[in-house]
Ligand binder design. Structure first.
Ligand code: CA
Length: 508
């Protein structure tokens, strides 16, 4: 009781001393103590996208995969991502990724129905959706831009109408399903063509129809054009010139950036600056990823493994969760360097494409049995990169080399579906981490935790004090990375001995 009276009197004095109206203005993001180390990025844009593509997730869940937070509790993966700072979800859409018998081609069997589920769950967790139309029935990339089956043999004019109608209809359905569509890609890695149209004029004609559909859907939705191979500096800059020459209407110039293949980060920033400076476009990285390990966990070879794509000049980071976080931070930083706030954000590609059954440590018959079980799931649910059924559409590649996940070692979840500490990077880039221990609650830095620290936090919230990073980290006694009145309350409760299960007054 004695303590409480003293506390109340002290608080009254503080509140009398500060201008209450200025309290709790903008969020005050403060450095956090964490198991990984991340240097804060001073973002030019408050809405900088820290996004992730998890297109395969529904097929994985259908195959029995469960995702867990870092405490090991089963939780909706969209909630796990949002709570770790991911603020945007990307999803690919194929028109009809099924063969004539209704068997899925794989790669998540990502049709509009799956995108609706993903969009709804993203929106339920406060995240907008980037819709990535491939305008194909399966993977579209620089080497493949095959039109959907039902568009085969159509004239350009017919294809223009089909593409426009398909785009608008899909967006309307996504909205009706509860998705919050914020951005749309007209094609995926359209460096060489789109929907089986490969000459410059026809490609532009289709891109313009897609863009027109998005504009008519909602003028606030951003239109992105997505290229790749930024290491070919002149060629990708030419794409920006090309879009301008053909008067294609778009907002965001995007590229993939995989460090094993795609050149330096300095070159990446330079290319994005070209589109920003020359044509006033927003820019982003639509896909990136990096391994947290070189081990495979599903029995299907990974794109990056020991002796395979892991030693390039731009593979600068360790193959650990810390190294994975370092790569994400570095790519975000490179995009944030784009002039005049034209760096819109970064999407991580397939950050949850984990194994459907862990082969780690298995040999002989046990390995074979696990591989057969995994293979059966890839075929049944389409949760590998391709199934054997894709042969009908893509006989020369997917139809031959079908199998599981080639990026399970680049996910933010381990082979059991548990979140890795590297996932924190999506939040930690906003806050930065404090890499030496601090005394939680010691906001004024005198080595003690008492009422003077309450005063110090109040003054900081009223912008009458300027605590250093160590003090800010200590002042965030709730430890949510945001200094606010709830930290005052928490500290008061500790001092009044109301709160015993707290890290306050301990080195964290
Ligand atoms: Ca694999």
């Amino acid at each position: 009781m004695q303590i409480k009276r003293w506390l109340t009197a002290g608080l009254a004095a503080v509140l009398a001393a500060v201008s209450v109206s200025s309290v709790a203005a903008a969020d005050i993001f403060v450095p956090v103590r964490d198991s990984i180390s991340v240097q804060k990025i001073d973002f030019q844009r408050d809405d900088f996208i820290r996004g992730m593509d998890i297109s395969s997730v529904i097929s994985l869940e259908n195959a029995g995969v469960t995702f867990r937070n870092e405490a090991g509790e089963v939780q909706d993966i969209f909630t796990i991502l949002a709570q770790n700072g991911v603020n945007y979800i990307r999803v690919r859409i194929w028109n009809d990724p099924y063969d004539s018998s209704g068997n899925g081609y794989g790669g998540g069997n990502n049709d509009l129905a799956k995108a609706k589920q993903i969009g709804k769950r993203a929106a339920d967790n406060g995240m907008q959706l980037l819709v990535d139309f491939h305008y194909s029935d399966f993977w579209a990339d620089p080497s493949k831009q095959k039109a959907p089956k039902v568009w085969a043999g159509k004239t350009l004019n017919q294809k223009k109408q089909l593409l426009k109608a398909y785009t608008l209809n899909s967006l309307n359905e996504l909205r009706s399903a509860g998705a919050s569509v914020g951005m749309v890609q007209i094609g995926n890695e359209i460096t060489s063509g789109v929907a089986s149209e490969f000459n410059d004029q026809n490609r532009a004609a289709l891109l313009k129809e897609g863009a027109a559909a998005v504009r008519s859907f909602d003028s606030n939705v951003k239109i992105a054009m997505h290229f790749t191979d930024p290491q070919n500096t002149g060629a990708i800059q030419w794409q920006a010139d090309y879009l301008n020459q053909y008067q294609v209407d778009y907002d965001v110039f995007a590229t993939s950036y995989y460090p094993s293949w795609h050149g330096s980060l300095e070159n990446l920033t330079s290319i994005l600056n070209y589109a920003a400076d020359t044509y006033g476009k927003l820019t982003m990285v639509a896909e990136t990823s990096y391994p947290y390990t070189l081990e495979d966990t599903d029995g299907h070879a990974n794109t990056i493994s020991n002796g395979n794509n892991n030693t390039g000049d731009n593979m600068l980071w360790a193959f650990t969760p810390q190294g994975q976080a370092d790569e994400v931070r570095a790519v975000m930083n490179a995009v944030n360097q784009v002039h005049n706030g034209k760096g819109l954000g970064v999407f991580y590609w397939e950050g949850a494409w984990i194994t459907v059954g862990d082969i780690t440590g298995k040999t002989g018959d046990a390995y074979t049995a696990q591989w057969n079980a995994n293979h059966a799931l890839w075929e049944q649910y389409g949760c590998g990169w391709a199934s054997s059924y894709s042969a009908e559409f893509d006989p020369d590649d997917a139809g031959k080399w079908f199998g599981g996940s080639a990026v399970d070692n680049q996910a933010f979840f381990d082979a059991q579906g548990k979140a890795l500490p590297s996932l924190h990077v999506f939040r930690d880039v906003v806050n930065g981490t404090m890499d030496t221990p601090v005394l939680s609650g010691d906001a004024n830095g005198d080595g003690k935790v008492n009422i003077y620290d309450v005063t110090e936090i109040q003054k900081q919230l009223a912008e009458l004090a300027h605590l250093n990073d160590t003090q800010l980290c200590a002042a965030d006694v709730v430890r949510d990375g945001n200094l606010a009145l709830n930290d005052v309350t928490e500290l008061q409760r500790y001092l009044a001995e109301f709160q015993v299960n707290s890290t306050v007054n301990q080195y964290i």
